[in-house]
Design a protein around this ligand. Structure first.
Ligand code: HEM
Length: 309
């Protein structure tokens, strides 16, 4: 029987917090972490029950090194490894991460409350490598002005894209997730004429309608991120969020992509950064630079509730 997944396929909400932690050395840290992981659903209930409209959820991902520390000698998910840095026309760095909390809600207060409770339990045994508070922008647009998320799979296709079924019998209900924090040079982007921007994305800016294939440049984002397996198009599930600070001027897109097979996301990244064919890279990367990159396995909810000893 397929194990119950974590709430990966949850609704795309108006607010989120992405927390990436590194866990201190030593068995005591792992004991504290294990206890917390089993309690995450209870903490989500404690905060989220106050308002169903808040639609609070939390997905937990575990990094490759941490997996080996937690479960030495046990089978490991076949696609779990540290994020592979890419040195193409543009660079995608690999940055540390043992635990990912992907917290989503309709209102930021719920995300904040849950993040505070999680860190109340983990602050002595971990460091926060990155904390990003995401928000939905007008019309679900990213800060570059394009609607982001339209072509996400829905219904059965969504489950098939994100959740491991019979590919890995030991890990059904699980998923792989890659996160990258991209900083935009908005001024540089805004200096590009709209028609050229539309070619870079492969969609019309105002209407969000996809360009006819014949009109798309070969380097359009939606050309390079469309991949096939045995001639059939295959998807990932994205829940990118804009974030920003007016104080330091850092703003951008927090990319998050779930997949039942992590090589899908990795192929998309290679096509974006190295190009397809090599050199024909994603022009988004001329104005948007990833400053983090981490890969996690997202075990099923059943696995988390009853962690192997
Ligand atoms: C589509 C923005 C990074 C995979 C899109 C679209 C936008 C967008 C505006 C079109 C609307 C939609 O279908 O969602 C961005 C921005 C990024 C980024 C601003 C970072 C700066 C990535 C990365 C990947 C990716 C790193 C994969 C590794 C996809 C896919 C689609 C898509 C699969 C749908 C293509 C299709 O089927 O038409 N993205 N994206 N994106 N993006 Fe991205």
């Amino acid at each position: 029987m397929t194990a119950e997944p974590q709430p990966i396929e949850g609704n795309l909400t108006r607010a989120s917090i992405f927390l990436v932690l590194t866990v201190h050395d030593g068995d005591a840290s792992l004991t504290t972490l294990r206890a917390l992981l089993a309690d995450v659903p209870a903490l989500v209930r404690a905060v989220g029950f106050r308002s169903f409209a808040a639609d609070l959820s939390c997905v937990v991902g575990l990094g490759s090194d941490l997996w080996d520390r937690l479960f030495p000698g046990l089978p490991r998910p076949k696609g779990l490894h540290p994020f592979k840095e890419i040195n193409g026309v543009h660079q995608a760095p690999s940055t540390p991460g043992d635990v990912l909390f992907h917290i989503r809600a309709e209102s930021p207060g719920y995300c904040f409350e849950l993040a505070s409770l999680l860190m109340g339990r983990l602050s002595e045994v971990s460091d926060i490598a990155d904390e990003t508070h995401g928000f939905k922008y007008f019309d679900n647009r990213d800060l570059l002005g394009f609607v982001d998320g339209t072509e996400n799979p829905n219904g059965r296709d969504r489950t098939a894209a994100a959740i491991i079924a019979d590919q890995e019998p030991d890990f059904t209900g699980g998923s792989y997730v890659i996160v990258q924090k991209y900083l935009h040079d908005v001024a540089k982007w805004n200096a590009i004429p709209t028609e050229r921007q539309e070619g870079i994305i492969g969609r019309f800016k105002l209407s969000d309608v996809e360009m006819p294939d014949a009109q798309k440049p070969s380097f359009a984002h939606n050309v390079l991120t469309t991949i096939t397996e045995n001639g059939v198009e295959v998807d990932i599930l994205r829940d990118n969020m804009p974030f920003g600070s007016v104080k330091n001027g850092d703003n951008g897109t927090y990319f998050i992509g779930y997949a039942c097979d992590v090589t899908r996301t990795e192929r998309m990244l290679d096509r974006m950064f190295i190009g397809e064919p090599p050199g024909n890279y994603d022009r988004l990367l001329d104005v948007s630079t990833p400053v983090t990159g981490s890969l996690f396995f997202v075990p099923s909810a059943d696995f988390l509730a009853d962690l192997p000893q």
